[in-house]
Design a binder for this molecule. Structure first.
Ligand SMILES: C[S@@+](CC[C@H](N)C(=O)[O-])C[C@H]1O[C@@H](n2cnc3c(N)ncnc32)[C@H](O)[C@@H]1O
Length: 497
C-alpha cells in the first residue's frame, strides 16, 4: 500500500509561524487549546475551493502532522489527492480515514469513487454498498453502484440501483440516461423512452444511437400494446433522420419481443415477415416456435441458414453481449475427471470456441457442424485435427467406437427428444468414454420448444434417455443472457457404460 509522508512537526511549526506573520486572521482560527491544526484545515479548504489542489494537499498534510488521528483531515486529503489524479495516495488516505471512523458514509463514498477509477471493482462495489447502508439517501452511491453493475452486466440489479438514484435525485441526466439503456435491455420499452426523454430534458442532446434506441422502444411498446401495423407505419416519422431499415426493425422486434415473452406481438410480426419471404426456413421455424407448434428437433435447413448468416458475428455476440462461457466451464469439468483422451469430438463445434480448451486434453480433436459458415470460422481459428460438415446424429452413427470424449456445448438445444442423439453418441464412444454436454433447463419431466427456437430439457428427460450412460455430474449454471436475464441450464458429464 502507498505510504503517505507527512512533514516533520518542526517543519509544520515553521509554516504556522510564517502564516501567523503573513495572514492576520490565521491565529484566530485555533482550537480551545490554541492548537493551529483547525486553522491549517480551514486554509486547506480555501486552497481546495480555489482549485489550488497541490497547495491544499500540502496544507492538509501539515495539519495531519499535528493531529494524525483526525479522520476528517484524512478524508479531505484523500479528496484533493483524488482531484489531482493521485488515486493510489487517495486510496491510502481514505483507508486511513475509515480506519479511524468506519461509520462515515461520505468516506465510504470517496473510497468507492477512487476504487472505481482504479478499476478495483470489488473495493468499489463493497464501498458503494456500505455508503448506502449508512446513508440510504446517498443518490451518488446508488448511481455509482448502478453504473458499476451495468458494466458487470448484472442488468436487473443495476436498473434497481439506478431507479433508486433517480427517485432520490430526478434531475441527474446521467442516471436517467443509464436507466433508459438498462430499461431497453430488460425489455421495459415504455420506461426506456420515458428515461431518455428525461435525460434529453436534463442534459445535452441524445446521441444518434440513443435516439435510434428510443424510436425502437416506442415502436416495440406500441407493438406490445397490439398496434403492430400502426407502429410500423409510424416508425419512420418517430425515428426521423435516424431511421433504420424496416426489415431490420421487424427482425429485431420479432426476436426481442419473443425473448421478452410478448408472444402475441412477436407472432403478428413473424407472420408479416413470413408473408414477405414464404420460403425462408428461419422465418418459418421461428414463427412456429413462437406459436408453440410441437416439434422433435429444429429442422436442418433452419440450422444451416441461421448459423451461416450468424457465423461472422457469433463470437462477439455470444462471448461479449450474452456472456457465454460454456466451452471453458465444461472443459474444466471434464479435466477434473480425465486429461488424456485419444480422440475427442466437438459436436456442433460452431466457430471453434472450445478448441483451445480441449486441445490440451487429448491427442486429436475432430469438429463436426452442419453450418459451412460456422466451420469456416472454426477453420480460421484453428486447433482441430479435422473439421467435418455433417449432421450430428448422422455423423455419430457412422463413427462406431471412435471417440473417448464427445463434447457438445450449446448444441443439444437444437434437439427435442434426446434419445436418438444419446443412442448415437453411445455408439460413437468407447466403453468408459465421456460425453460432456450442456442443456437449457425445463421444468416438468419432458422437453419443450421455446419461443427462442431452442429446446429446453428437464433432468428427468435426460435421465430416461441416457440409459447407456452413468451420470457423473450435473451442474446448475447460467448458460447465457437473454433479454438481459440469465438463462438457467446444466453442464452434464456422462460416462459410457
Ligand atoms: C449455439 S452454437 C454452439 C457452437 C459451439 N459449440 C460453441 O459452444 O460455441 C450451436 C452449433 O450447433 C450446430 N448444430 C445444431 N444442430 C446441429 C445438427 N443437427 N448437426 C450438426 N450441427 C448442428 C450449429 O450449426 C451451431 O454451429
Amino acid at each position: 500500500m502507498t505510504n503517505i509522508q507527512l512533514p516533520d512537526v518542526g517543519v509544520t511549526m515553521v509554516l504556522v509561524a510564517n502564516l501567523q506573520a503573513s495572514l492576520p486572521d490565521f491565529g484566530r482560527i485555533v482550537d480551545q487549546h490554541g492548537h493551529p491544526a483547525p486553522a491549517l484545515r480551514q486554509l486547506g479548504l480555501v486552497h481546495w475551493e480555489n482549485g489550488r489542489f497541490d497547495t491544499a494537499a500540502r496544507t492538509f498534510e501539515a495539519a495531519l502532522s499535528l493531529i494524525p488521528e483526525d479522520p476528517d483531515l484524512w478524508r479531505d486529503l484523500a479528496s484533493v489527492y483524488s482531484a489531482t489524479d493521485r488515486d493510489e495516495q487517495a486510496l491510502a488516505a481514505i483507508r486511513k480515514s475509515l480506519e479511524l471512523d468506519p461509520l462515515n458514509a461520505q468516506s465510504w463514498q470517496i473510497l468507492a469513487s477512487v476504487g472505481d477509477r482504479l478499476d478495483d471493482v470489488e473495493t468499489a462495489e463493497d464501498a458503494y454498498r456500505r455508503t448506502i447502508a449508512l446513508n440510504p439517501k446517498a443518490s451518488a452511491a446508488h448511481l455509482g453502484l448502478g453504473l458499476l453493475l451495468f458494466r458487470k452486466k448484472h442488468y436487473e440489479e443495476a436498473l434497481a440501483a439506478l431507479r433508486i438514484s433517480v427517485e432520490i435525485d430526478p434531475f441527474n441526466g446521467v442516471a436517467q440516461f443509464a436507466v433508459g439503456h438498462l430499461s431497453f435491455i430488460t425489455s421495459d420499452f415504455a420506461g426506456c423512452a420515458r428515461a431518455f426523454d428525461a435525460a434529453a430534458r436534463l442534459t445535452l442532446e441524445l446521441d444518434a444511437l440513443t435516439r435510434q434506441k428510443r424510436a425502437r422502444a416506442l415502436t416495440f411498446q406500441a407493438m406490445i400494446e397490439g398496434r403492430v401495423q400502426e407502429a410500423l407505419q409510424n416508425y419512420n416519422e418517430i425515428a426521423g433522420e435516424d431511421r433504420e431499415d424496416l426489415d431490420i426493425i421487424t427482425r429485431d422486434a420479432f426476436s426481442v419481443l419473443s425473448a421478452a415473452g410478448h408472444l402475441e406481438a412477436a407472432a403478428a410480426i413473424g407472420q408479416i415477415r413470413l408473408a414477405e419471404k414464404p420460403d425462408d426456413p428461419v422465418r418459418r421455424y421461428l414463427l412456429d416456435a413462437v406459436l408453440g407448434r410441437s416439434m422433435t428437433s429444429a429442422p436442418t435447413d433452419y440450422i444451416e441458414t441461421y448459423f451461416d448468416q450468424f457465423a461472422p458475428q457469433f463470437d462477439s455476440k455470444l462471448t461479449q453481449t450474452l456472456q457465454y462461457n460454456a466451452p471453458r466451464q465444461m472443459a474444466q469439468r471434464v479435466a477434473r475427471h480425465r486429461t488424456s483422451f485419444k480422440h475427442m469430438l466437438d459436436l456442433g463445434c460452431g466457430t471453434g470456441l472450445a478448441a483451445a480448451e480441449l486441445q490440451p486434453l487429448g491427442a486429436t480433436l475432430t469438429g463436426v457442424d452442419i453450418s459451412a459458415g460456422m466451420l469456416a470460422e472454426a477453420e480460421k481459428r484453428g486447433g482441430y485435427t479435422e473439421l467435418v460438415k455433417a449432421e450430428a446424429v448422422a455423423y455419430l452413427e457412422m463413427a462406431s467406437n471412435r471417440f473417448d470424449l464427445v463434447f457438445a456445448a450449446d448444441s443439444l438445444i437444437y434437439f427435442g427428444d434426446l434419445q436418438p442423439l444419446l443412442r448415437a453418441a453411445a455408439g460413437a464412444l468407447v466403453p468408459g468414454g465421456l460425453f460432456a454436454l450442456s442443456i437449457e433447463l425445463a421444468s416438468g419431466d419432458g422437453f419443450i420448444l421455446q419461443p427462442s427456437g431452442r429446446f429446453a430439457h428437464s433432468l428427468a428427460h435426460l435421465k430416461t434417455t441416457a440409459t447407456d450412460f452413468h451420470i457423473l455430474e450435473a451442474l446448475d449454471s447460467n448458460i447465457r443472457l437473454e433479454a438481459g436475464r440469465p438463462v438457467p441450464g446444466l453442464y452434464v458429464l456422462l460416462e459410457r457404460r
